[in-house]
Ligand binder design. Structure first.
Ligand SMILES: Nc1ncnc2c1ncn2[C@@H]1O[C@H](COP(=O)(O)OP(=O)(O)OP(=O)(O)O)[C@@H](O)[C@H]1O
Ligand SMILES: [Mg+2]
Length: 501
């Protein structure tokens, strides 16, 4: 039996008006991966943030190596060997990878100046540890989101923690990257680190975890050896009921061509992309991370430039590089990264939900907050957004609930064409089902939907048809009958039979 590295005893933490963590006790052993699961807002991140020194007002006792410790600041947590990779990335975007890695503790030479050579050497070593081969002088803005995720992990590991907390580390990683991350995690476990792993992804948890603890409404429901439970019973522990992850077969009722993309090119990202999307259709884009799916989507709707080709919405050409034009014509894009271009974290939920529709709601220049209230309530209900009130700042919602607000914000514009980029990232099983129902209902009402998702069951379950994207090019398409998780994966990797579309 491994020694106990971390003991959490009767920890509680409240925010104004709510008890986020309610008297939780938990032990994590050295040399184990301990998964922490639970619905959005269950208190997972909050419990772990008490360990990383984010709060000075928690109650209860935390023991590390048997000794009671006070963790009232990030520095205290680091000094006690706790390293946490946060759910929302915390890197400074305009700054280089190297400086991010060693923020606050850059190596200095004998003149007291930053020793750039040592910094680069240390940075390369830290990056090699997470198998990342990129120039440490690049800024975070210049690298992809999954690279940024690995930099974040490298940054925490550079402080040599003995307890490592990973809060949904794989939400922006491809399968291959998840596999590599798991190798790193297993290696760290074998070296005796105690690892807490937060995830909504059941297959991942069954693959990597030794034990799992479930939280619900801030309380601990139970802890089990992973071999003692099934995915079904785990879901039941999380949501208090069984969930049917079955996708109903639906017959798409296709209408006019809603979106027509012709020879779209952005050098270095994607080339000569052409496809059409009809009203009532859900078109999935199969592809690996880095295939260019998000880049294509962003350029398509005018968030990023294009070099060649054009996009039409109901036969009307969109002006390139002009997202507001696209929105005014009925297209909306749900971003892959809610923190960077999705939400106003310091504004309340209600303002975020109506942010995209303000012109419509301010009749004759008078801003009507009554309309907002009913609209806000509608999305709170429809998407099951859990917030203390509609006036709570979005930044204080749990990660999954932020994602739901983002979707609500897109829906509030009543788009005719909707591009969904990883719509259920970070949301729990129940919320995911709600989101899927909403997407299907939209399509049934005639909206045209382009779906980018690395969640294969989701992509396969929702798509009426898929196009395959590889290395920046569309390489073929698959009809619903041909689509399975296996065929999608093979196609994304450039294998299997593909019909050229
Ligand atoms: N800074 C904050 N201020 C106020 N309330 C907060 C704050 N941080 C979290 N909360 C609330 O505490 C509760 C627990 O949130 P937490 O982020 O721990 O959930 P979670 O289990 O990590 O969920 P998810 O799976 O969505 O990430 C939520 O109701 C959330 O709104
Ligand atoms: Mg969380």
């Amino acid at each position: 039996m491994n020694t106990i590295a971390l003991q959490i005893e009767n920890i509680s933490k409240s925010f104004p008006g709510m008890l986020a963590v309610d008297n939780v006790s938990l032990e994590v052993r050295a040399g184990e991966v301990h998964a922490l699961m639970g619905e959005n807002g269950a208190g997972k991140s909050t419990l772990m943030k008490t360990l990383s020194g984010s709060f000075d007002d928690y109650t209860g006792v935390i023991r590390i190596g048997g000794k009671a410790v006070e963790l009232h600041s990030p520095a205290m947590a680091i000094a006690n060997g706790i390293g946490m990779v946060y759910q929302e990335l915390s890197l400074a975007r305009p700054v280089s990878i190297a400086e991010n890695l060693f923020a606050g503790q850059l190596p200095v030479n004998k003149f007291g100046l930053i020793d750039r050579k040592a910094m680069l050497k240390n940075a390369r070593r830290a990056l090699a540890y997470v198998s990342l081969d990129i120039d440490p002088l690049k800024t975070i803005e210049e690298i992809s989101q999954h690279e940024a995720q690995l930099v974040e992990i490298a940054k925490v590991l550079a402080k040599k923690p003995c307890i490592l907390i990973l809060d949904e580390p794989t939400s922006s990683l491809s399968r291959e990257e998840v596999r590599r991350l798991f190798e790193i995690v297993r290696d760290l476990r074998n070296r005796g680190l105690a690892i807490v792993y937060i995830s909504h992804h059941l297959p991942e948890v069954f693959e990597i975890a030794d034990r799992v603890t479930v939280l619900r409404d801030g309380r601990r429901v139970g802890t089990h050896n992973i071999h003692e439970i099934t995915p079904g019973s785990l879901v039941k522990m999380m949501v208090g009921q069984s969930i049917n992850e079955f996708y109903e077969h639906r017959e798409a009722n296709l209408g006019k061509v809603a979106l027509s993309v012709n020879h779209l090119t952005r050098h270095g990202f994607f080339h000569d992309v052409s496809f059409q999307l009809r009203e009532g259709e859900i078109l999935g884009v199969v592809g690996l991370c880095g295939a260019g799916r998000s880049e294509m989507a962003r350029s398509l709707c005018g968030l990023d430039p294009i070099h060649d080709g054009e996009v039409s919405l109901f036969d009307e050409e969109l002006s390139p590089d002009n997202y507001p034009d696209a929105v005014s014509k009925g297209l909306v894009y749900l971003s892959e990264d809610r923190k960077v271009d999705g939400l106003f974290l310091r504004l309340p939920v209600s303002r975020n939900l109506v942010a995209a529709v303000l012109p419509d709601h301010s009749r004759a220049g008078i801003y009507s907050s009554r309309n907002d209230a009913s609209l806000t309530q509608r999305y709170l209900d429809e998407l099951g957004i859990v917030a203390a009130s509609s006036e709570t700042d979005v930044g204080t919602l749990s990660g999954g609930n932020q994602q739901k607000v983002l979707l609500g914000k897109c829906l509030a514009t009543q788009p005719r064409v909707l591009i969904l980029d990883e719509p259920s990232r970070g949301v729990d099983v129940k919320a995911k089902q709600r989101i899927h129902e909403t997407v299907i209902a939209l399509a049934d009402r005639g909206a045209a939907i382009l779906l980018i998702s690395s969640d294969l069951p989701e992509l396969v379950g929702l798509s009426d048809r898929t196009v395959i994207m590889r290395n920046g090019r569309l390489t073929g398409e698959m009809a619903k009958e041909e689509l399975s998780e296996e065929s999608a994966l093979l196609a994304a990797n450039g294998q299997g039979t593909i019909h050229n579309g």
